[in-house]
Design a protein around this ligand. Structure first.
Ligand SMILES: [Fe+2]
Ligand SMILES: [Fe+2]
Length: 259
């Protein structure tokens, strides 16, 4: 099974339309079972940006498209527009895999919060799907990400959420928000952070990218895909301390060709 995570589209002043359209063509060619869009579809949460991103996303072909809202989408009462344009599927079952969405964006706030009620719901839902491969998607990061500057604020209740996720043996968490691809392993849980697919604002890793996740016999293999370029193994990516440019990557052994 193939799941693609795209994130932080940021339709608005820093949106690169050419890169986005290339990425969508690449994703369509993979025929993924699901595409998870982990938030910040717009820059300012305004109507023109929502209309533009909805139009661009019409080109996306996938059996399931799962939308997660981001802090930028919730600016200027954008949460009302988000609700109108994008369906909210909090639980998606595909075969023996379940994808659960957590809402962490709050109106006109950049920090994120899951909240006690949603966290209890999460624990109960994960219990119900205990025999499934369990994926949780959330916009904000639940653990800090390197190279993202002084703003290291995770969701304000990160400790509680992490406990619920690990206790319930979540297999994979997909986060966006920081525009810096990264992967942490906490106990048996992989926490995969996406870069931005089409925003010019990047941090520490200066290529637009998205994540490709293969699930086979409950084994999860997450890889980073550079838009217009090759695949990068997260294991190799996290070993490197220095800032990466596209030219560094194409000359290094980080790049792999297979999906
Ligand atoms: Fe973002
Ligand atoms: Fe964000």
């Amino acid at each position: 099974m193939l799941i693609v995570q795209i994130s932080d589209i940021h339709c608005g002043p820093m949106f690169n339309k050419g890169i986005f359209r290339n990425a969508i063509k690449e994703v369509n060619a993979m025929s993924p079972e699901a595409v998870v869009i982990t938030g910040d579809l717009t820059e300012n949460g305004i109507q023109s940006e929502f209309k533009q991103v909805a139009k661009e996303l019409e080109q996306l072909r996938a059996e399931q498209v799962i939308y997660v809202s981001g802090n930028h989408d919730y600016r200027a009462t954008g949460y009302l527009l988000f609700k109108q344009l994008f369906p909210f599927n909090q639980i998606t079952e595909i075969g023996n895999t379940v994808i659960i969405v957590l809402s962490s964006a709050r109106p006109d706030r950049d920090d994120g919060e899951v909240g006690n009620r949603q966290n209890l719901w999460l624990e109960n839902t994960l219990k119900k799907y205990k025999n499934h491969t369990k994926i949780v998607a959330i916009h904000h990061h639940i653990v800090p990400v390197p190279d993202t500057g002084a703003d290291q604020i995770t969701i304000i209740d990160a400790g509680d959420v992490l406990r619920s996720l690990t206790k319930s043996r979540t297999d994979l968490v997909l986060c966006g928000h920081r525009h810096r691809p990264w992967k942490w392993q906490i106990e048996k849980m992989q926490v995969v952070h996406a870069g931005s697919i089409s925003c010019e604002k990047l941090r520490g890793f200066f290529c637009n990218s998205y994540n490709v996740i293969e699930i086979e016999h409950e084994r999860i293999n997450a890889k980073l895909k550079i838009v217009g370029g090759g695949y990068v193994d997260f294991k190799e990516l996290v070993k490197r301390r220095e800032i990466l440019q596209a030219s560094d990557i194409s000359q290094s052994k980080l790049m792999t060709q297979e999906p």
